[in-house]
Design a protein around this ligand. Structure first.
Ligand SMILES: NC(=O)c1ccc[n+]([C@@H]2O[C@H](COP(=O)([O-])OP(=O)(O)OC[C@H]3O[C@@H](n4cnc5c(N)ncnc54)[C@H](OP(=O)(O)O)[C@@H]3O)[C@@H](O)[C@H]2O)c1
Length: 357
């Protein structure tokens, strides 16, 4: 089926975007963001009752039950969709079946997976087929993985290689969703309880204790105690297209403690968009020879910000503003500085002039 036939086969609109896991915490932000941008979300998920409850709260939207172990249900669910955003995690279970379904439908696929192993699998299993199909598959198109990659790519500027990339997460707190905790547990099992880092140009599993150090976040946050080698999906997305042998991520010690607390509470909404009070700074430093380049982004609520990131990606794909096909990370597919500027309603960028070398 070619793309033209497909677009004409369903509801006759190139504005339909399927959201798998639509009733999850992140899925709801994505549905709202799609509506705001003039897209028509198709509400997809495995639980019919939860889907119907969401459809009642979102009048005029179509809900379609589908399960990752029933490919025919996924085919039906994607009928007439111009693209699919997968918000259902753990992605160890959902990414491959949804990418397969998107390839069958001939439509682009974007997910918000923060699971290092699942993101690696998406690159490893689908790179050739996605490229051959001329379509785009973008894993980790969210706060972790996607935003860090866009910032590193922006900081690199005209560099195509660097010695090191550092991504420091300055979270005021981290109240995790059930999906975050489940995904962390699955990743932990896949690693056999070991830790992971990216060094010497490859992924390394280890049992070393994680270092605590101070990271100099830009004002007004300033220096904060962070856990080093708190490894996030950026160690997959950044080296997928940039020659940087050392990619390190850091997390404010306070947020890391919140996440691992036995009674970790889910996020609570404090504004009419449903965002929590959590604030973030993502501070990126790249180093090549003696030269450093930096860029930072600040905003509110790491789950909420994932929606404009994923929807901006879909919008750029559907309007042909892409640089490559196949499985690719945000920084490889899109014009990174332009992408970040387009999110100015959600993200503030800080580029210190003294480090532009
Ligand atoms: N990269 C990032 O920065 C970033 C940002 C946001 C979210 N995420 C990831 O996105 C995922 C969802 O997070 P969330 O905050 O939205 O969590 P959530 O509110 O707990 O929602 C999880 C959603 O996934 C669905 N789901 C889980 N396993 C499924 C399966 N096998 N088949 C179908 N649906 C399944 C759940 O459906 P049921 O209710 O039916 O179980 C639910 O809709 C997590 O993996 C999280 O780590 C990543």
């Amino acid at each position: 089926m070619d793309h033209f036939e497909h677009a004409g086969a369903g509801m006759g609109s190139g504005r339909n975007v399927a959201v798998f896991g639509a009733y999850g915490h992140t899925g709801r932000f994505v549905v709202a963001e799609l509506r705001e941008r003039g897209y028509v979300p198709l509400l997809l998920g495995r639980d019919q009752d939860k889907l119907l409850a969401l459809a009642q709260a979102q009048p005029g939207l179509e809900a379609r039950q589908a399960s990752v172990d029933d490919p025919a249900s996924l085919n039906r669910a994607l009928n007439g969709a111009a693209a699919v955003i997968n918000c259902a995690g753990p992605f160890a279970s959902t990414a491959a079946p949804l990418v397969e379904a998107a390839l069958r439908a001939g439509i682009p696929y974007v997910d918000v997976a923060a699971e290092i192993e699942a993101n690696i699998d998406t690159f490893a299993h689908f790179a050739g087929r996605a490229r051959a199909a001329g379509t785009v598959v973008v894993p980790a198109m969210a706060f972790y993985g996607g935003l860090g990659d866009l910032l590193v790519t922006t900081a690199m500027g005209d560099w195509t290689a660097a010695d090191e990339a550092h991504i420091a997460y300055g979270l005021s707190s981290w109240h995790p969703t059930a999906g975050t905790l489940a995904s962390g547990a699955v990743s932990g099992q896949r690693r056999g309880g070991r830790r992971v880092r990216y060094t010497g140009g490859r992924l390394e599993y280890h049992d070393d204790a994680l270092p605590t150090l101070e990271w100099p976040f830009p004002a007004p946050l300033g220096p904060q105690s962070v856990i080093g080698e708190f490894t996030m999906a950026d160690i997959v997305t950044v080296p997928s297209h940039l020659a940087v042998p050392e990619v390190r991520t850091y997390m404010t010690a306070k947020a890391a403690a919140d996440l691992s607390a036995p009674d970790a509470a889910a996020p609570t909404a404090v504004d009419d968009r449903g965002r929590s009070a959590q604030t973030f700074v993502v501070d990126v430093l790249v180093r090549s020879g003696g030269t450093e380049r930096r860029v930072a982004a600040t905003g509110q609520d790491i789950y909420a910000i994932s929606a404009p990131l994923a929807v901006e990606a879909v919008d750029r794909i559907l309007t042909g503003r892409t640089r490559t096909t196949g499985v690719a990370s945000a920084g490889a597919v899109f014009d990174a500085p332009d992408f970040l500027r387009a999110l100015s309603a959600h993200l503030s960028l800080h580029v210190p002039l003294d480090t532009r070398g």
